[in-house]
Design a protein around this ligand. Structure first.
Ligand SMILES: Cc1cc2nc3c(=O)[nH]c(=O)nc-3n(C[C@H](O)[C@H](O)[C@H](O)COP(=O)(O)O)c2cc1C
Length: 191
């Protein structure tokens, strides 16, 4: 199972980087392990290799995903649990501070295996929402423009919009509009 999350990392000068990523929990008897798989090149990858730490934010505010992939809002309020950990997002539901323990290099998509060293729940999970799902799907598509057929993107956008029209709140609508704008600009420039 892949969890769509926000990963916060720092470089050796403590400069923070925030990026959406898909992570997997790995089954072990003793340790709680999380696998992060950034494509090359990636600031997230560089930072983890440099400092060996990251923080995984499980968050239902989809504007964070949308804001980052569109560039509409890349900076989000951060909080520090501990000096030795990467900061977490102030508005996250749950965060896990992790430490990289294995690096499986790959020319395309290395896998970084991390051990969870701290875990905190900040706010409750309030159930599934179709509009949030739509925003996440469209956010992923928007990072693959030019690699996925334009007509497939148009079709998927039309389908995903149903979830927005039926179930979105103000936050999800705005998150959707940011990505819609990014995709439309891409279409206009590539017609
Ligand atoms: C929901 C979601 C999941 C993503 N998962 C990954 C991932 O697992 N690996 C990856 O490299 N990029 C992933 N991306 C794309 C990155 O967030 C985006 O390309 C970003 O720029 C990563 O590069 P960076 O670390 O240099 O910022 C995902 C994007 C979204 C919206």
């Amino acid at each position: 199972m892949i969890h769509e999350v926000i990963v916060t990392t720092v470089n050796k000068d403590k400069k923070v980087h925030i990026a959406p990523m898909g992570v997997k929990f790995l089954q072990t008897d003793s340790k709680k392990l999380v696998q992060i798989s950034p494509f090359k090149p990636s600031q997230t990858l560089n930072n983890i290799l440099e400092t060996k730490i990251a923080t995984v934010n499980f968050i239902d505010n989809v504007k964070v995903f949308s804001g980052i992939v569109t560039g509409e809002k890349k900076d989000w309020e951060l909080e520090i649990f501990d000096d030795k950990c990467a900061p977490h997002l102030q508005n996250t539901n749950t965060h896990m501070n992790v430490k990289a323990i294995e690096d499986h290099d790959d020319p395309v998509r290395p896998r970084i295996i991390c051990e969870v060293i701290n875990e905190q729940i900040h706010r409750p999970f309030l159930g599934f929402n179709r509009a949030q799902f739509s925003v996440i799907e469209l956010a992923v598509l928007s990072t693959r423009l030019g690699r996925i057929d334009d007509n497939k993107i148009r079709d998927e956008m039309k389908y995903l919009k149903i979830g927005i029209d039926k179930t979105a709140g103000k936050n999800e609508k705005e998150a959707w509009e940011w990505i819609e704008k990014k995709i439309n600009i891409y279409f206009e420039n590539n017609d």
